[in-house]
Ligand binder design. Structure first.
Ligand code: ADP
Ligand code: MG
Length: 759
C-alpha cells in the first residue's frame, strides 16, 4: 500500500466524478427562457418600492436616497411590509443586514421574520406566532460590534455599532437551505458616534466628493451663471472589476493544510509544464470549470449582477470573470456577491476557488483590475474623448486631474492595495510594479506633448468611423471609435499599474482577494481633491472674468501637463531601469507593507482625506492599526501553518524515506561490492537537505517566538512580521522545496503542484 494513498484516492475520485448538471430556466413547453427575462428576478427593485408607496412618499424616498438622510418611519414601515411579502412569497424565512466590516469580506446575521405576539384576555396571556418586519428593523440593526476590527476606535465596553440600510443598493434574496431563502439588506456599519467601521461608508463619502468637485468644475467650464441650475447636477464613479481566480479540485485542496488555512501554497515546486507554452490563456474552458461558471452566472443573473465575460487566464487553472460596469458602490457590492456565489457554487461542484493573489509560486498571480471612470447624471463619460481631444477641454481638464491625483497621492494608492497576500504579487514581473505611474498610450501622449510644446499634433487624423477590411467586402465591419483611441487599446502595457484604456482608467495593481472598496475610495478621494486644485487654478487663471475662456482652459491644462510629467511612463514597468528612473523622478517606491501603511498617517495624504471629510483623523488612525494588525496576524498564521506542515508532514516523510534508504544500505552492506551502493549515495545527498529543513524549522520557531514577545502593539508586530517572519518562511520554503525534489513520491504526503494545477 502506498503511503500517499490519500493523494492517489483523490486523483482517482476526480477522474470518476461526473460533471454536475443543473436545470437552466425553461418555459413550460421546454423552450429556454432568455437571460434578460430572469435577470434581476431576485432583486427588490426601485419599481417595486414605487408600487408599495403613495406617490409623494416615493418622491420623498428618492430625495432621501440621493441625500442619504434618514427615512421617516411611515415610509420605512411601508417598504418593510412590501419587501417582506415579496421575499416570503419567494421562500424567505429570515432577513439580514449585509455589511462590509474591515475584514475584507462581508458580514451577516440572520433574524427570522417570526415574532411572538402576546394578547392578554380575561383567560390570561395568549401567545400567537406572526410574521413581521418593521420599518425600524429594515433601517437599522445592532450587531455586537465588539468582535469586528475597529483599530481601537471602540473599546469593548462601549461596543455599540449599527448597521444602517444603504438605500442606494437594492435588497435581494439569496438561496438558503432546503429551498428557503434569506432577504439581504445592503448596509453600512457605523459606530455610536457615526464613525465608519466599514468599507462602504467611506466609499459613499468619496463618491459624494467626486460629485461635488466635478459639478463645480463642469459648471465653470460650461459657463453656468452663479445661482443657476447647473447642466450637470450629479456625477458618479463607474467601476468594472475584472476578477481573476484559480479553481482547483476540492479533494486535493483538502489535503493541503497550507491552502486550507492561508489560501496559498507555502511550499511546492513548479511542474515541468506550467504556463510557459502560453496555451492556457483564452483556451477552451475545462468542462467542470465551465459547469461551475455557468451555474454561478445563473445565480448572479438572478441577483441582477451583470456578469459578462468569462475566459481562461495565463496560468494553468486560472480564470477570469468580468461584469458590465456599474455605479461604483453597487459594483463593489456586486463584486463581493460574485466572489461569494462563485465560492458556493464551486463547492457544490467539488471545486475550490482560490482568490489569493499568489496561490502558486512561479506562475502568474491574480489581480482585480478596477476599470474606473466618472459619469454625469446624463450618462456622459467624463473620460471619453469623443470629440477631437485637442479641443475637448473638458476631457483634458479631467485627464490632467487624474494625472495630478496619482502624482500627489500615488503612495496612498499603493497603501490601498497593500496586504500580506498582494505583496507576493506586486512587482513580481507578472503584475504591476509597486511604483505608481500612469500609462496613456502613444497618441494621448502626443496630444499632451503638443499642448506642452505649443505645436500642432503630429499624424493626427481622426475620422469618426474607421473600417477594418476583413477580406471580402461582405465582411467589412464598422468600428465606431476613434482610430487614435482604438490604437490605444491594442498597444496596451501590461506592466503599468494604472493605464488609460480608451475611455477609462484601469487600476491594475488591486489584489484579487481584496474588496475593491478601499482602493476606489482612495482613488475617488485623490481625484476629487485634484479636481479642486484644477478648478482653483482655473479660477486664478480667469481672474475677474465670470467664466474661463478657451485660452484660460488651455493654460491650466498646460500647467498640469508640465507639473505631472514625472508620473507618465510608457516603458517596461518590470525593468530594473525603471526602478532607477523612477527614483530619479522622485516617485516613491514603497517596498514593504508596513512602509505602505505609514502613508495613512503621512500629513500629505491624511490632510487631503480629512479635509474632504472622507475620513476623520481617528478613522484614519484606526484603519492604520487595523491594517498593521491584519498584516501581522496573516503572517503569523502563515508561519504557524508552515511550521506544522513542515514538522508534522514533510520532515517525517523525509525521515521515513531516509529510513528506507538506510535499511537498504544496511542489507547491502554485507554483500561484496555493495559497500558504496547507490542507496548510500542517495542518502548522502538527502541527509544535508533534511538537516537544512530541520534547522529552518528552528529558525522559523525563533521568528514566531519574537512575535510573541510583542504585546498590544500592532505596528511593532507588523514590522517584526516583515523583518523576521518573511525571511524565515522564505528560507524554510527553499529547504522544503529542495527536499521535495529528492523525496520518493510514495513518501510525499501532500498533493504536488503537478497535481493541483493539472487534474
Ligand atoms: P478589456 O479590453 O480590458 O477587456 P472592456 O471594455 O471589456 O475592456 O472592459 C473591461 C471592464 O471595464 C469591464 O468590466 C467593463 O464593463 C469595464 N468598463 C468599460 N467601460 C467602463 C467605464 N466607463 N467605467 C468603468 N468601467 C468600464
Ligand atoms: Mg482590461
Amino acid at each position: 500500500m502506498s503511503l500517499n494513498s490519500a493523494r492517489v484516492e483523490s486523483l482517482r475520485d476526480i477522474i470518476d466524478r461526473p460533471t454536475r448538471v443543473i436545470s437552466y430556466p425553461k418555459k413550460a413547453d421546454g423552450t429556454p427562457v432568455y437571460t434578460s427575462e430572469f435577470f434581476g428576478e431576485n432583486v427588490f427593485h426601485l419599481q417595486q418600492i414605487a408600487k408599495a408607496l403613495p406617490k409623494p412618499a416615493f418622491a420623498s424616498f428618492l430625495k432621501q436616497m440621493r441625500g442619504r438622510q434618514a427615512l421617516d418611519r411611515a415610509t420605512a414601515d411601508a417598504i418593510a411590509h412590501a419587501v417582506r411579502i415579496w421575499a416570503m412569497d419567494r421562500g424567505a424565512t429570515h432577513f439580514t443586514h449585509w455589511f462590509q466590516p474591515q475584514t475584507g469580506t462581508t458580514a451577516e446575521k440572520h433574524d427570522a421574520f417570526l415574532t411572538l405576539k402576546s394578547t392578554f384576555t380575561a383567560a390570561g396571556e395568549e401567545v400567537t406566532a406572526i410574521d413581521a418586519f418593521s420599518g425600524s428593523q429594515l433601517l437599522q440593526a445592532e450587531p455586537d460590534a465588539s468582535s469586528f476590527p475597529s483599530g481601537g476606535m471602540r473599546t469593548t465596553f462601549e461596543a455599540r455599532g449599527y448597521t444602517v440600510w444603504d438605500t442606494t443598493s437594492p435588497m435581494f434574496i439569496q438561496e438558503g437551505p432546503h429551498g428557503t431563502s434569506v432577504l439581504y439588506i445592503p448596509s453600512v456599519f457605523i459606530s455610536y458616534n457615526g464613525d465608519a467601521l466599514d468599507e462602504k461608508t467611506v466609499l459613499l463619502r468619496s463618491t459624494e466628493q467626486i460629485s461635488k468637485s466635478c459639478v463645480e468644475l463642469l459648471s465653470l467650464i460650461e459657463s453656468v451663471p452663479v445661482g443657476a441650475q447647473p447642466r450637470t447636477s450629479h456625477v458618479f464613479t463607474t467601476l468594472g472589476t475584472e476578477q481573476e481566480y484559480f479553481l482547483i479540485d476540492r479533494s486535493l485542496y483538502a489535503l493541503r493544510p497550507d491552502l486550507k488555512t492561508t489560501g496559498r501554497t507555502l511550499i511546492g515546486n513548479l511542474p515541468p509544464k506550467h504556463q510557459q507554452m502560453d496555451d492556457h490563456y483564452f483556451g477552451r474552458v475545462p468542462s467542470k470549470v465551465m459547469a461551475t461558471m455557468s451555474e454561478a452566472e445563473l445565480e448572479l443573473f438572478r441577483l441582477g449582477v451583470p456578469v459578462k465575460t468569462r475566459h481562461n487566464e495565463v496560468a494553468p487553472q486560472q480564470f477570469e470573470l468580468a461584469p458590465i460596469f456599474e455605479e461604483a458602490s453597487l459594483a463593489v457590492d456586486h463584486n463581493l456577491l460574485t466572489m461569494d456565489v462563485l465560492s458556493k457554487v464551486a463547492h457544490k461542484n467539488k471545486l475550490k476557488v482560490l482568490y489569493h493573489e499568489k496561490p502558486f509560486k512561479g506562475v502568474n498571480g491574480s489581480g482585480k483590475h478596477c476599470n474606473w471612470s466618472m459619469s454625469t447624471d446624463r450618462g456622459e463619460n467624463l473620460l471619453d474623448p469623443t470629440v477631437k481631444p485637442e479641443t475637448n477641454y473638458r476631457f483634458l481638464l479631467i485627464l490632467v486631474s487624474v494625472l495630478h491625483a496619482v502624482q500627489q497621492h500615488g503612495a496612498l494608492l499603493r497603501t490601498s492595495i497593500s496586504s500580506s497576500s498582494n505583496e507576493h504579487r506586486l512587482g513580481a514581473c507578472e503584475a504591476p510594479p509597486s511604483i505608481l505611474s500612469i500609462f496613456l498610450g502613444e497618441h494621448l501622449n502626443e496630444v499632451l506633448d503638443s499642448i506642452e510644446e505649443s505645436r500642432p499634433i503630429k499624424n493626427f487624423s481622426m475620422p469618426e468611423i474607421q473600417t477594418i477590411k476583413l477580406g471580402g467586402t461582405a465582411l467589412d465591419v464598422k468600428v465606431a471609435s476613434l482610430p487614435s483611441i482604438s490604437r490605444d487599446l491594442t498597444d496596451r502595457n501590461r506592466t503599468s499599474p494604472f493605464a488609460f484604456t480608451g475611455n477609462k482608467f484601469e487600476f491594475r495593481a488591486v489584489g484579487s482577494k481584496q474588496s475593491p472598496s478601499f482602493p476606489v475610495t482612495i482613488l475617488n478621494a485623490a481625484v476629487a481633491s485634484a479636481i479642486q486644485d484644477v478648478t482653483s487654478a482655473l479660477r486664478e487663471q480667469m481672474g475677474s472674468k465670470p467664466f474661463p475662456s478657451d485660452a484660460d482652459k488651455l493654460a491650466v491644462i498646460k500647467k498640469f501637463i508640465v507639473s505631472t510629467k514625472n508620473i507618465r511612463f510608457e516603458g517596461d514597468g518590470y525593468s530594473d531601469a525603471w526602478i532607477e528612473e523612477a527614483g530619479k523622478r522622485g516617485l516613491p517606491n514603497i517596498r514593504t507593507c508596513p512602509e505602505a501603511f505609514e502613508q495613512l498617517l503621512n500629513p500629505a495624504h491624511a490632510t487631503m482625506l480629512t479635509k474632504l471629510g472622507i475620513f476623520s483623523q481617528s478613522e484614519l488612525t484606526s484603519r492604520y492599526f487595523i491594517m498593521n494588525e491584519r498584516y501581522a496576524k496573516d503572517l503569523l498564521v502563515e508561519a504557524n501553518t508552515m511550521r506544522t506542515l513542515l514538522a508534522q508532514q514533510i520532515l517525517p516523510a523525509a525521515f521515513e524515506y531516509r529510513g528506507s534508504l538506510a535499511q537498504s544500505v544496511q542489507y547491502l552492506n554485507g554483500i561484496e561490492g555493495e559497500a558504496q551502493s547507490p542507496e548510500l549515495e542517495a542518502l548522502k545527498v538527502l541527509t544535508p537537505a533534511v538537516k537544512e529543513l530541520q534547522s529552518a524549522i528552528v529558525s522559523l520557531d525563533g521568528a514566531i517566538a519574537k512575535m510573541h514577545t510583542i504585546h498590544d502593539d500592532a505596528v511593532a508586530e507588523a514590522k517584526a512580521a516583515s523583518d523576521y517572519i518573511l525571511p524565515a518562511m522564505q528560507a524554510a520554503r527553499a529547504a522544503a522545496d529542495r527536499l521535495e525534489v529528492m523525496t520518493a513520491d510514495r513518501y510525499y504526503p501532500i498533493p504536488r503542484y503537478s497535481e493541483l494545477l493539472w487534474f
